[in-house]
Design a protein around this ligand. Structure first.
Ligand code: SF4
Ligand code: MSK
Length: 626
């Protein structure tokens, strides 16, 4: 119970101990005590005069003279750059896939309306162009945004005018996506930028290039290619694995692969082959964000979030796990060897020793996906050990997007954010909160996500969620409309009842945090809540974050004006100046700031206090049901 709040995880963890199989939790214990220099951000190894450590009373500077402030800021900025690179490289691949879709390939433009909307934002003239011609131009324009050398990132101009002006004044309006990442790496190499504030500003510029660039391109073009999500029902947790079917688990991030696996699993020939092997059918289930992608668009069940990846294999029921990029534990290949599970890597960017590698080439996407599914079918008959699937499974509603989610609040025939803004203005809702991010064995799995969400909805705050946080809330049943009657405050309850939505709304994968940026911008444009994102009674949190991508996300939210609470602190504790800058001073510059709080209830109250301050600044009445 200390390791996970999820009963399915608790059961498999008990089993893992009986079997003598280790998990991330065991490896975390083996790592303890973790390096204090690393934790505090006081270790530098950017040049060969080092590695250097700042030791109080002994060494206040590295060999080159870099201080604790410089070293901690450089390390942090590099985390932002790596996170932004991961999201943005994903975005680049989606843009290349859209280019492919404009030619003859297995991909199609599924949402031509969205294609036209994105074209407009990019300044592409859509008049008189058919979908394929326009898709080509949009894809090329997006690819151009990665290598843009001068000027401003087109999609960042979607932000409210006041926000863009602020970025311009601060000199952090993002230029090309790749350029900002490269500049962080340049500035943080030996003997370049030594001013922690200046380093953080470039870090924010790079993060903005992710949120309003790479990630936004990924989300928008995925919607164009695979369809903009709309609400649907689905199921979640390890209980979605089917002992009688071929179980194929997709894990990673890019729907270019998982969409094709879903398609392949519906192929009549392959279904026949599966039945010939004695299976009931082919069951696709997801882990991490690629799971969120196919959940949002097809209602494909989710087996679990980040810390569930090893647990899924340990059920003995996974015939094949296919992975692409990001958040895939290298430990999986060794673990899979002890079961009958085949682990298949597919990206040239992410190979794992011991795994089968089948390169996923977008040019023959469906063919490769079929090959992988066929491998899973073959492996079904090689099941040799005991199967134990915990019976935990939960219903949920997912599939909300910036276009659809708040429009529901306007009723079926009023496509507007007005009712959402009005609900906040009249105090029925206090505000909105985003809960995003990962699992981390340092924190009881899902506990912080779920408790924070419960505390916020109890206080009439509408919660939007993405990534592994969304899966955590789903497993706990918070993504069901009926939960509003049990757990939400009266104001939020009234809204959920009127519209039929859950009090916690699933907005998608990690790159889909860009949907939250768009939703906040739409709220500003709707009027009545100030001229900038920073004026809105809203807050964000990543209570169980672990990935560098979460650092980039947190920074683009703060740089966009959102107060953001993190469960684990950034590794910067060794620099008082940097900590003060990020948790206090930065607010004057960008309107957002950070707080670090491990206790999810206390963290939720920090968010509530912030929301209240924003309500007062807007001179809104006291909450209706205080
Ligand atoms: Fe040490 Fe400076 Fe080199 Fe870092 S850059 S390893 S502090 S000498
Ligand atoms: S998968 S980045 S563990 S949210 Fe996007 Fe989950 Fe975090 Fe990976």
């Amino acid at each position: 119970m200390e390791r996970s709040a999820d009963r399915a995880a608790q059961k498999i963890l008990r089993l893992s101990q009986e079997m003598g199989r280790e998990t991330a939790w065991d490896r975390f214990l083996a790592q303890k005590p973790q390096c204090r220099f690393g934790e505090k951000g006081l270790c530098c190894r950017v040049c060969a005069m080092g590695p250097c450590r700042i030791v109080e009373g002994k060494a206040a500077r590295g060999v080159c003279g870099a201080t604790a402030d410089t070293i901690a800021a450089r390390n942090l900025a590099r985390m932002i750059a790596a996170g932004a690179a991961a999201h943005s490289d994903h975005g680049r691949d989606v843009a290349k896939t859209l280019l492919l879709a404009s030619q003859d390939s297995d991909y199609r433009v599924k949402d031509p309306v969205k294609l036209r909307r994105v074209a407009y934002s990019l300044g592409v003239d859509a008049a008189g162009k058919d979908d394929l011609a326009l898709a080509k131009e949009v894809a090329e324009r997006c690819l151009g945004e990665f290598g843009r050398q001068e000027g401003e990132l087109r999609l960042a101009l979607r932000a409210p005018e006041a926000r863009v002006e602020r970025w311009r004044k601060l000199g952090i309006m993002p230029r090309g996506i790749d350029r900002e990442i490269v500049e962080v790496l340049h500035r943080t190499s030996i003997g370049v930028d030594a001013d922690y504030r200046n380093i953080v500003l470039q870090g924010m510029r790079c993060a903005l290039a992710d949120g309003w660039g790479g990630s936004m391109i990924a989300t928008e073009l995925q919607d164009v290619l695979f369809g903009t999500p709309s609400p649907l029902r689905a199921r979640v947790n390890l209980g979605v694995l089917n002992p009688k079917a071929v179980n194929i688990v997709v894990h990673g991030h890019e729907p270019t692969l998982s969409e094709m696996v879903v398609l392949a699993a519906r192929d009549p020939d392959l279904l026949r082959q599966a039945r010939a092997k004695g299976a009931e059918g082919i069951n696709i289930a997801g882990i991490c964000c690629t799971a969120n992608e196919i959940l949002m668009r097809h209602g494909i069940p989710i087996a679990g979030n980040f810390l569930h990846q090893e647990l899924a294999v340990m059920t003995g029921a996974v015939d094949l796990m296919v992975v692409d990029v990001q958040c895939i534990m290298p430990a999986l290949s060794d673990l899979a060897r002890h079961f009958h599970t085949i682990l298949v890597t597919t990206s040239p960017k992410a190979k794992i020793p011991g795994a089968e590698h089948i390169e996923f080439e977008e040019e023959r996407a469906l063919q490769v996906a079929k090959e992988i599914v066929r491998m899973g079918i073959e492996n079904f008959s090689r099941r040799n050990g005991k199967i134990y699937i915990p019976n935990e499974v939960m219903d949920l509603i997912a599939g909300f997007a910036a276009e659809s989610v708040f429009y529901f609040l306007g009723g079926r025939y009023r496509a507007t954010y007005r009712p959402l803004n009005d609900a906040i203005i009249d105090g029925r809702l206090r505000g909105i909160a985003g809960i995003v991010g990962c699992n981390n064995p340092k924190i009881t799995q899902d506990f912080a996500h779920v408790e924070m969400a419960k505390e916020l909805i109890k206080n009439d705050v509408l919660v939007v969620t993405t990534g592994c946080a969304a899966i955590a809330d789903a497993k706990a049943g918070l993504l069901r409309p009926e939960v509003a009657y049990e757990l939400a405050g009266k104001g939020l309850q009234e809204i959920c009842e009127a519209v039929g939505i859950p009090p916690v709304l699933h907005l998608g994968s990690c790159v889909d945090n860009s949907r939250i940026l768009i939703a906040l911008t739409n709220m500003v444009h709707e009027g009545g809540l100030g001229e900038d994102i920073s004026a809105i009674p809203a807050a964000g949190a990543a209570p169980e974050w672990m990935s560098e991508k979460a650092v980039a996300i947190a920074f683009y939210f703060v740089a966009s004006g959102v107060f953001t609470v993190l469960g684990n602190p950034f590794p910067i504790e060794g620099s008082e100046n940097l900590t003060r800058f990020l948790t206090e001073e930065i607010e004057k510059l960008v309107g957002g700031k950070f707080a670090f709080e491990t206790d999810p209830i206390r963290a939720a109250h920090l968010m509530l206090e912030h929301i209240e301050r924003k309500r007062q600044a807007l001179k809104l009445p006291a909450p209706m049901y205080a």
